[in-house]
Design a protein around this ligand. Structure first.
Ligand SMILES: [Fe+2]
Ligand SMILES: [Fe+2]
Length: 280
């Protein structure tokens, strides 16, 4: 298990104006399942940054090596959030009504839950959410889930996935340095699992309902969606059950799985490796 000494935020630019409405393998349903999780990112990543910042001084006092890592984490998440905002604007331009769902999500999570829950639970939820983003990132990069995506979306999401892998341990280490109770980590995972599951399902249903093809084309569309998304229960099994199993094991640490080469290869393919990384 090795730990990076710094994290590099990159600033690629993406022009979403040519991204079609069915950008994932030509499947409306598969595209909307992917759009639903993407909708959660801008506000979610800003919440992650807020949650970590509150504990940064205490964490750095206990573990000074966290300072440059947290700085890189803030830079990466800020850039991700801004780019997902730009992509959400593209969804509106495509005629999708996303703002009702976004308003429900933001009022529930940041207008209500963040106000009534403790800061330590917010940090624990962030650490657990980062485990889910790392799992989704690994699935995307290792299994070629985005091979059928429009090239702009593939590059955008591969960049995001690679950086999620790079900073996957930061929130976890800030939590561990400031409050290492297992019960708190598990409570954060329970919160993260319930919210991600609920919001992804509601978001996907909201978007799919707006984008269903005529009834006679439905069987073909569902076959196409199944081919793009994989087997029916794969998201439950490959994301949620795997996340719970790994994260709830006492002694778990996000760096225990060697994923850095996977992230580095994706960044090199995108031409986003730093000169230092390219020379390594
Ligand atoms: Fe991110
Ligand atoms: Fe992240």
């Amino acid at each position: 298990m090795s730990r990076a000494t710094s994290i590099q935020p990159r600033k690629p630019r993406f022009d979403f104006s040519a991204v079609p409405r069915d950008w994932l393998g030509g499947s409306r349903v598969a595209t909307q399942v992917a759009n639903a999780v993407n909708l959660l990112f801008p506000a979610g990543e800003r919440f992650f940054v807020r949650s970590v910042k509150r504990y940064l001084d205490a964490a750095v006092a206990a573990d000074p090596a966290l300072a440059p890592l947290a700085k890189g984490f803030f830079g990466q998440e800020g850039r991700h959030a801004a780019t997902h905002d730009a992509f959400n604007a593209r969804l509106r331009a495509q005629g999708l009504r996303v703002d009702g769902f976004l308003s429900f999500y933001e009022r529930l999570c940041y207008g209500f839950l963040e106000r009534v829950c403790s800061h330590e639970l917010a940090l624990a939820t962030t650490a657990a959410m980062e485990h889910y983003t790392a799992i989704m990132a690994e699935n995307a990069l290792r299994n070629g889930l985005l091979a059928p995506a429009h090239p702009t979306m593939r590059a955008f999401l591969h960049w995001h996935a690679a950086e999620e892998i790079e900073h996957r341990a930061v929130a976890f280490d800030v939590l561990a340095a400031t409050d290492d109770r297992y019960a708190l980590r598990a409570a954060g995972m329970a919160m993260a699992t319930a919210l991600l599951g609920l919001l992804w399902a509601v978001g996907a249903a909201t978007l799919i309902a707006q984008d269903l093809p005529p009834a006679r084309e439905l069987p073909r569309e569902l076959r196409r969606a199944a081919a793009v998304l994989g087997e029916r229960r794969s998201i439950v099994r490959r994301v949620f059950l795997r996340g719970l199993r790994e994260y709830l094991r006492p002694g778990f640490h996000p760096d225990e799985k060697p994923l850095d080469d996977l992230a580095a290869a994706a960044l090199a393919e995108l031409g986003l490796a730093t000169a230092e990384e390219a020379a390594a």
